[in-house]
Design a protein around this ligand. Structure first.
Ligand SMILES: [Fe+2]
Ligand SMILES: [Fe+2]
Length: 237
C-alpha cells in the first residue's frame, strides 16, 4: 500500500476512534439526563448499553488506526450540543435526534455501503461488528423521539434540523475534493471516496431521516432548503 494512502486510512480510523469515544460519553450523559425526567423510560438503560458498545467500537477503531501507523490519541470531548435557548428537556431531545436519529442512521448507511465492497478481512470484521450495534443505536433515538412526541409537540425541532446537519458533516463535504480524497483504493481499507460519502449522506436524509422526522410532525422543509442552498450552509458552518 502506498505510504500516502496508508496515512489517509490511518487518519480516518483515528478520527473514527475519537468519534466513538465521544459517542460513549454522550450516551452515558444522555442516559442520566433522561432518567432524571422520565423515570419509566426504557431509553436510559439502552443508552448505557450503547455507551459500552461505543467503548468497544473505539478500541476496535484504535487497533486499526495503529495498524495503519496512526495511533489514535486518548482524547474525547463531550460538550452538550443543543442551543442554549432550549429548555433542558428539549435540549436533550435535540441531542438525541442529532446524535441517534441523524448520526447513527447515517453511520449505518455508510457501513452498509462499505460492507458491500471488497474489504481487507480485518477491516471487514470491525465494520461488521460496529454496523450491528449502530442499527440499535439509531432505534434508541427514534424510540425516545416517539416517547416525547406522545406527550408533547416536537415540531419545534424543525428549524433546528439544519444546525444538526451542519454539526454532523465535515465542512468540506459539499465542496469538490482533490483526487486523493476521491481515491477508490481506500475503499478496501474502510474509507469512502468523498463524492460517494456525500451522495450517501444526502440519500439517507431523503430516504430515511426526513420521512422518519415527518412522522412526528417535524417538517423537513428547513433542512431541505439547507441542503439545496450553499449560502445557507456556509452560514451555519
Ligand atoms: Fe459506534
Ligand atoms: Fe453508535
Amino acid at each position: 500500500m502506498r505510504e500516502e494512502l496508508r496515512r489517509k486510512a490511518g487518519e480516518a480510523w483515528a478520527f473514527r476512534t475519537r468519534v466513538e469515544r465521544e459517542a460513549a460519553r454522550r450516551f452515558a450523559r444522555l442516559a442520566a439526563a433522561i432518567a432524571a425526567f422520565d423515570a419509566d423510560s426504557p431509553v436510559p438503560a439502552l443508552m448505557r448499553q450503547a455507551a459500552e458498545d461505543e467503548h468497544r467500537h473505539a478500541a476496535l477503531c484504535a487497533d486499526l488506526s495503529a495498524l495503519y501507523g496512526q495511533p489514535a490519541g486518548a482524547s474525547a470531548e463531550d460538550a452538550a450540543i443543543a442551543p442554549g435557548s432550549l429548555a433542558p428537556r428539549a435540549a436533550v431531545l435535540y441531542e438525541v435526534v442529532a446524535s441517534c436519529c441523524i448520526t447513527e442512521t447515517e453511520s449505518v448507511a455508510t457501513l452498509t455501503t462499505l460492507l458491500a465492497e471488497q474489504l481487507e478481512p480485518r477491516v471487514e470484521r470491525v465494520l461488521r461488528e460496529i454496523a450491528g450495534d449502530e442499527v440499535v443505536h439509531g432505534r434508541i433515538g427514534w424510540a425516545h423521539l416517539a416517547r416525547e412526541a406522545s406527550i408533547s409537540d416536537v415540531s419545534f425541532l424543525s428549524p433546528w434540523i439544519p444546525a444538526m446537519l451542519a454539526g454532523t458533516v465535515d465542512e468540506g463535504l459539499f465542496a469538490a475534493a482533490g483526487a486523493d480524497l476521491e481515491s477508490r483504493e481506500l475503499l478496501r481499507h474502510g474509507v469512502l471516496p468523498h463524492s460517494l460519502k456525500r451522495s450517501i449522506f444526502v440519500g439517507t436524509l431523503e430516504g430515511v431521516v426526513f420521512p422518519g422526522l415527518e412522522k412526528f410532525g417535524i417538517s423537513s422543509l428547513p433542512a431541505r432548503q439547507w441542503l439545496s442552498n450553499p449560502a445557507a450552509r456556509s452560514q451555519l458552518g
